[in-house]
Write a protein that binds this ligand. Structure first.
Ligand SMILES: C[S@@+](CC[C@H](N)C(=O)[O-])C[C@H]1O[C@@H](n2cnc3c(N)ncnc32)[C@H](O)[C@@H]1O
Length: 196
């Protein structure tokens, strides 16, 4: 079975536009077959962005890991006027994000990376809607691996479905760092984590 994180070069390309407005900001995202939430902005990703902006901390560097076509990172870069790095294992997602950085004229960079493999910098914020379908080990690497990539006082923010790991992950992370359940909506939890 094909997943949105599988690199399938034979999958027919059918690029489409997703128009998205956030307050006074208008975005255009190019999307395609073979990437996550190809036809519309994902509800959980939007909830994560809104929740972060409502609880805004001052951040000078951001990593959006598992960026897909770049919705989270590009939106935050535009609104916060901050440089954002983005990464994904899916080549098509990386290519779309390159196009979307140009299209939306934001200060951002995207790289191909399996989890944190090619990530050398450290960040004030790592933000992600992680790929739960990739399995628990990948999910854990997204979160635990991020702790070593944070600047002092940096935080990881992520969204998970309560029934697909959020509850158990929150419990586990309470022993790892300072973990906060920031907001809940429609069964999704936004959680923040920092080194204690
Ligand atoms: C739930 S989607 C979120 C996509 C995007 N951030 C959004 O909000 O629309 C998770 C993303 O993680 C990527 N991914 C899966 N496994 C990965 C891995 N091992 N390393 C990096 N990215 C991965 C997928 O390709 C997918 O784009």
């Amino acid at each position: 079975m094909e997943h949105y994180f599988t690199n399938n070069e034979n999958l027919k390309s059918e690029i489409r536009d997703i128009n998205f407005s956030f307050g006074a900001y208008n975005f255009l995202f190019k999307s395609d077959n073979g990437v996550f939430s190809k036809d519309k902005i994902d509800y959980a990703s939007l909830f994560l962005v809104k929740t972060f902006l409502n609880n805004k901390k001052c951040v000078n560097s951001i990593l959006d890991i598992g960026c897909g076509y770049g919705f989270i990172g590009i939106t935050l870069s535009k609104i916060l006027q901050v440089h954002v790095d983005m990464s994904d294992i899916n080549k098509r997602a990386v290519h779309l994000t390159e196009m979307n950085i140009k299209e939306n004229q934001v200060d951002a960079k995207v790289m191909e990376s399996n989890i944190y493999e090619n990530i050398t910098a450290k960040y004030d914020l790592i933000i992600t809607n992680p790929p739960i379908r990739a399995g628990k080990e990948v999910l854990k690497e997204f979160i635990y691996g991020g702790l070593a990539k944070l600047n002092k006082d940096g935080e990881i923010w992520f969204v998970l479905s309560k029934d697909k790991g959020a509850k158990s992950m929150k419990k586990e992370l309470d022993n790892v760092g300072t973990c906060t359940l920031v907001a809940k909506s429609k069964g999704f939890w936004v959680i923040s984590l920092k080194n204690s």
